[in-house]
Design a protein around this ligand. Structure first.
Ligand code: ADE
Length: 225
């Protein structure tokens, strides 16, 4: 998969793509990630990419021209263009699964007060990572790339992500509790069932704990809130 990220702040991504699983996915050519500064595409003699809003109001608005020209130069029939905005559809694990099967993602990071409404016309999908406003789309882009890359076949063991919280093939439950050595830590014991070696009982315990935790923390996932 190829992912092109359109951003005014490519340096913000330093570190995120050069460590751990994402780095390995890049090194093994499971994913190619390009950071494109759309300021390089502006026609403006002063390199402007934003201007004041028509009708007045605070802040600056990203202009159409640099983003339109940048997208036109990289888009193919296989591309899916994503705009990151707090007004987008809520990002979910199911969407990460779907996007992990795409060939080419173009992710546009908004910034400042917003973007010219006409930029929406060149996008296939508008995504919000949550009901809060960030300074720009860069952190959301990192969230998308991380959550999508780990689902690309061959990047991590399939069983690991099928057992994740929100894993959508089997369920929408939160993760069950896990423990590692030592058996007792500051008086807190590992549940006996996990030491029993009885796989059926362990599976039942995990399912019950998953449901219990989901009921407590995210009843909306079970449809009973
Ligand atoms: N840009 C600013 N806030 C955002 C959010 N919550 N999701 C996606 N893009 C954003």
């Amino acid at each position: 998969m190829k992912i092109d990220i359109l951003t005014l702040f490519p340096n913000m991504f330093d570190g995120v793509f050069t460590e751990s699983i994402i780095k390995r996915a890049i090194d093994t050519e499971k994913v190619e990630i390009n950071l494109i500064n759309f300021r390089d595409y502006t026609d403006d003699p002063h390199n402007k990419v934003d201007d004041t809003p028509y009708g007045g109001g605070a802040g600056m608005v990203l202009m159409c021209q640099p983003i339109f020209d940048c997208v036109k130069s990289i888009r193919t029939d296989d591309s899916k263009v994503i705009l990151l905005t707090p007004s987008g559809v809520p990002y979910k694990q199911k969407m990460a699964f779907e996007l992990s099967h795409e060939k080419h993602l173009i992710i546009i990071c908004g910034h400042y007060e917003g973007f010219d409404e006409r930029i929406r016309s060149i996008c296939d999908l508008e995504i919000s990572i949550g009901d809060y406003v960030l300074t720009g789309g860069e952190v959301p882009a990192m969230v998308l790339v991380d959550s999508i890359t780990r689902l690309i076949p061959g990047v991590i063991n399939e069983q690991s992500y099928l057992e994740d919280s929100f894993s959508y093939k089997d369920n929408y439950l939160l993760d069950y509790p896990t423990y590692t050595k030592p058996r007792v830590y500051e008086g807190m014991e590992v549940p006996e069932v996990l030491l029993s070696g009885d796989h059926k009982r362990i599976e039942e315990y995990r399912k019950e704990e998953s449901i219990k935790r989901t009921k407590e923390v995210r009843p909306d996932l079970l449809g009973d809130d």
